[in-house]
Write a protein that binds this ligand. Structure first.
Ligand code: F6P
Length: 372
């Protein structure tokens, strides 16, 4: 067991929760935390159920070897999660209506009762921002970044992204055969919210000819130009990957749900692929076009090796930060190293693709179109 050199005594207890959308690799983090805490320090770990909702409702489980058995290869999260239960703006049903209250003091009281050294918060930007608010109120918080969207600014990559791009790549590969056989234009809509990382990486790996991302507003004319050029060359099919957040030069992001409850839940994106299909048909009706929306398939199922490894390493690092009393920090992958950054620097803005990103340049070099 590792000896901790520190004058102030530790309680030897850690709590962990997973918040926001589920994501392949979350269980690898939980397992990494539990195994490190028990085998290296002899500490105890408590898993809070359903993200911050479980913290407000005081629902948790003691996590030992039995609870984490065989979870490395499982998608989702054994702890459950929620993406609409911000304790600072907490939804409560009253007479058939939803009202919002600040329940952060209840969450803090529950955490105090659990008597832990720290709370490890595993989640994306929304979850880390809530973690940061608790840290400002004196809670010992360590963040672990998670998202298939890869849009957290303080880390080069997040676990979940690799699985999402591999699932998307396989889908694009499969759509190629139908596109070619039927001489069709196939549109594939992928997730990613306001960032185009999934579309860019999956489109590159899947050999798409057009990739549309929120960072580069597209022109229908340019896309059709690209398709026509291919057909003229005898390649009578095309694969277009469109990020759910992509939009035309004269338009905006397409939403399917308003997120009317404000801060409690983000607006839901959707419809980008259908809009593109209609725009293309209106511009040139000679093409046979089909749309596939990958949706939550990108988030489900077993994590790739890369995501299992990254999740494990992030979990190990989170415990190390607790033992060093390095709180208000988020674990991060920077320049190939597992390190940490202050939560204050990690939350707020998301990481978008820059126009000179090496993968954008590589894609342009192989004559891939961004519709611009
Ligand atoms: O942030 C992950 C993500 O999968 C986004 O890519 C997508 O827009 C969103 O979550 C979908 O959220 P929900 O599962 O709530 O529909």
């Amino acid at each position: 067991m590792m000896e901790i050199k520190n004058s102030k005594p530790f309680k030897g207890r850690i709590a962990i929760l997973t918040g926001g959308g589920d994501c392949p690799g979350l269980n690898a983090v939980v397992r990494g935390v539990v195994k490190t805490a028990i085998t290296q320090y002899g500490w105890e770990v408590f898993g809070i159920y359903d993200g911050f909702k479980g913290l407000v409702e005081n629902r948790y489980v003691h996590l030992g070897f039995k609870e984490i058995k065989n979870i490395l290869s499982k998608g989702g999260t054994i702890l459950g999660t929620s993406n609409r239960d911000n304790p600072f703006h907490y939804p409560i049903e009253l007479d058939g209506e939803t009202i919002y209250k600040n329940r952060s003091s209840v969450a803090i009281k529950n955490l105090e009762q659990l008597d832990v050294d720290a709370l490890i918060v595993v989640g994306g930007d929304g979850t880390q921002s809530i973690g940061h608010e608790f840290a400002k109120l004196g809670v010992n918080v360590v963040g672990v970044p998670k998202t298939i969207d890869n849009d957290l600014k303080a880390t080069s990559f997040t676990f979940g992204f690799d699985t999402a791009i591999n699932i998307s790549m396989e889908a694009i590969d499969r759509l190629h055969t139908t596109a070619e056989s039927h001489e069709r234009v196939m549109i594939v809509e992928v997730m990613g919210r306001n960032a185009g990382w999934i579309a860019l990486y999956a489109g590159l790996a899947g050999n798409a000819q057009v990739i549309l991302i929120p960072e580069i507003p597209y022109s229908v004319e340019k896309i059709v130009e690209k398709i026509r050029e291919r057909y003229r060359r005898g390649q009578k099919y095309a694969l277009i990957v469109v990020a759910e957040g992509a939009f035309p030069k004269e338009g905006g992001i397409s939403y399917i749900e308003d997120g009317a409850d404000g801060l409690a839940r983000p607006k839901r994106l959707g419809g980008a692929g259908q809009r593109l299909l209609e725009e293309l048909k209106a511009y040139d009706s000679s093409y046979d076009i089909r749309l596939t929306i990958l949706g939550h398939l990108q988030r489900g199922g077993t994590p790739t090796a890369a995501d299992r490894i990254l999740g494990t390493a992030f979990g190990v690092k989170a415990v190390e930060l607790v033992t060093q009393r390095k709180f208000s920090e988020m674990v991060s992958l920077t320049k190939g190293e597992i390190t940490s950054v202050p939560l204050a620097e990690a939350v707020g803005n998301i990481k978008l693709i820059k126009e000179d990103d090496p993968m954008i340049l590589a894609a342009r070099s192989i004559d891939l179109s961004f519709g611009d």
